[in-house]
Design a protein around this ligand. Structure first.
Ligand code: ADP
Ligand code: MG
Ligand code: MG
Length: 251
């Protein structure tokens, strides 16, 4: 599904290299977790994959279902089936959540050469999905993220993900602001959307999230590289002993 080979990326302005040769393959149907100490480049990897401005890829490749991701603009990445959680974290006063989501879904359909969803059709689908994901449809009537609690933003994000039906979900769960309830929501969302033709890359600083999402593969990132790959037990090892020993062994 996702194949990253020897990916190097630098900050455009300072020229500082952050990713120093990342190798990573995410198979369809699998949940891969990336853990690692603060500053190891986890978020940078997700930004580079999402096509965020300010980064320059200097070497290596990333393909999604065989297509060169790094060559695509942001809309093309979404059309190709990539979803980055937190890609729409902003509050948008005056824009209804429903309208916003329909715009995103139709932009994706258009880019794929599919017909746009009518308002009535969209309403039906989103209500069904909201129910499936146990999300209160009231939230759809409010302006995007305005006054949403942390938990509501998370629910909203999961609903977006469910609506866009991505092939690859990349979730960067930063260390800040994820309380236990929000973490459970994220985990429920991931678990509900797991499917044989969908891959997940879940980035997290703490092991706690992985108490609720059982990853198939765990990677440890350090100084811009994946330094160790293992099964779920690797996350438990980190929880117990921290990163120091793993990083020493793999230096
Ligand atoms: P992580 O998500 O693993 O905590 P990041 O990808 O956020 O790591 O950061 C990796 C490194 O890149 C850190 O040393 C960080 O200070 C640096 N970095 C990231 N973005 C910027 C930026 N815009 N300006 C300067 N340094 C940055
Ligand atoms: Mg960080
Ligand atoms: Mg980060």
């Amino acid at each position: 599904m996702l194949e990253i080979k020897n990916l190097h990326a630098s900050l455009e302005e300072e020229g500082k290299e952050i990713l120093k040769g990342v190798n990573l393959t995410v198979e369809a149907g699998k949940v891969h977790a990336i853990m690692g100490p603060n500053g190891s480049g986890k978020s940078t990897l997700s930004y580079v994959l999402a096509g965020r401005e300010g980064y320059e890829v200097t070497e290596g490749s990333a393909t999604l279902l065989g297509e060169d991701v790094l060559d695509m603009d942001v809309e093309e990445r979404a059309a190709a089936g990539m979803f980055l959680a937190f890609q729409y974290p902003v509050e948008i006063p005056g824009v209804g959540n429903m309208t916003f989501m329909r715009t995103a879904v139709n932009a994706q359909r258009k880019a794929r050469g599919e017909e746009e969803m009518s308002s009535a059709e969209f309403l039906k689908v989103i209500r069904e999905k909201a129910k499936e994901m146990q999300i209160d449809a009231e939230m759809l009537k409010r302006p995007v993220n305005v006054g949403f609690s942390g938990g509501e933003k998370k629910r909203n994000e999961i609903l977006q993900m469910a609506m866009l039906e991505p092939k690859l979900c990349i979730m960067d769960e930063t260390d800040s602001g994820l309380d236990v309830d929000a973490m459970k929501l994220v985990a429920q969302g991931v678990n509900a959307l797991r499917s044989p033709d969908r891959g997940f890359l879940v980035i997290t600083h703490y092991q706690r999230l992985l108490d609720h999402i059982q990853p198939d593969v765990v990677h440890i990132m350090s100084d811009g590289r994946i330094v160790k790959t293992g099964g779920p037990e690797l996350a438990l090892e980190v929880e117990k002993n921290g990163y120091t020993d793993i990083l020493k062994e793999n230096a």
